[in-house]
Ligand binder design. Structure first.
Ligand code: MG
Length: 279
């Protein structure tokens, strides 16, 4: 326990996945606001980090505000915004300033425009092809993006989640669309979202922290936990989302902590901080 407490007291920032950690559907999970308030009060930083690329940070902020949670847009990083920031960094480091063709929705479109990119629908004018979730996609859009990739546009994916949980079951996610492009072009994308490093790196750079002082809280092993462990973060698997306890425990590198939910994490942080104060 002492080792765990000292790991927790070293934590200067916490990242939270959203779906299955902060809320399920349109229902907030217990203890979210209390935990975020305690992180603020104890001088820690935090950010909500989601692979969802369909919404802007403002739209995510509005969504959680409707659940009674106070989260400013600057504390939310979706994979659309992470992708746009990452691509901007690459261009600043020497990739050509070029036009972008997208497979995506408003979140991706506005993130790329905000990052200063010019969008195009012409597959033969695109230097970059960026693909995320698009729940209104048409064959024409699929064909245009595939043609752009075949024509040499750099192929970038917001996230590789193959499925997306809905009331009806697991529907095709952004990763399934990437798989279609790979099948159609024989090219593999560079992927930004969890478990890939760029998303975590963008969030850490925004908060000015290193992996060793960052806690990642997630409900999905293969994205949230695996990616964070690879970078050297302390990880917490919660049971409010997709994974059950046995699923986390069966991993060869399980999360550092498996907790029922966020109230248990708040209790542990309280105890760890109290132990340090009492020492
Ligand atoms: Mg989740």
């Amino acid at each position: 326990m002492t080792e765990l407490y000292s790991a927790l007291t070293r934590v200067r920032a916490a990242f939270f996945d959203m779906d299955g950690v902060i809320y399920v559907g349109s229902r907030p999970l217990p203890g979210v606001q209390e935990l975020l308030d305690y992180l603020d009060a104890s001088g820690r930083r935090w950010m909500l980090v989601t692979n969802n690329a369909a919404l802007t940070s403002q739209q995510f902020s509005d969504k959680v505000a409707a659940m009674g949670l106070r989260v400013p847009p600057a504390r939310i990083l979706g994979s659309a915004e992470a992708t746009a920031s990452w691509l901007r960094h690459q261009v600043d480091k020497g990739w050509p300033e070029g036009k972008v063709i997208i497979m995506g929705q408003e979140g991706l479109r506005s993130a790329l425009l905000d990052a200063g990119f010019e969008l195009t629908t012409d597959p033969f004018a695109a230097d970059y092809a960026v693909s995320g979730a698009n729940f209104q996609l048409t064959y024409r859009e699929l064909a245009d993006v595939a043609l752009a990739i075949r024509n040499g546009a750099r192929f970038i994916g917001t996230n590789s989640d193959r499925t997306y949980p809905t009331e009806r079951g697991q529907e095709p996610g952004a990763g399934s669309v990437l798989a279609l492009f790979t099948a159609a072009t024989d090219r593999e994308p560079i992927v930004i979202g969890k478990p890939h490093a760029p998303m975590f790196e963008e969030a850490m750079s925004r908060l000015g922290v290193t992996p060793q002082e960052t806690l990642m809280v997630g409900d999905r092993y293969e994205t949230d936990i695996a990616g964070a462990l690879k970078l050297g973060m302390t990880t917490v698997g919660v049971l409010t989302g997709i994974e059950r306890r046995a699923g986390f425990e069966a991993q060869s590198a399980p999360p550092h902590l498996i907790l029922e939910g966020l109230p248990e994490l708040l209790t542990l942080l309280h105890r760890a901080d109290a132990a340090v104060r009492g020492a």
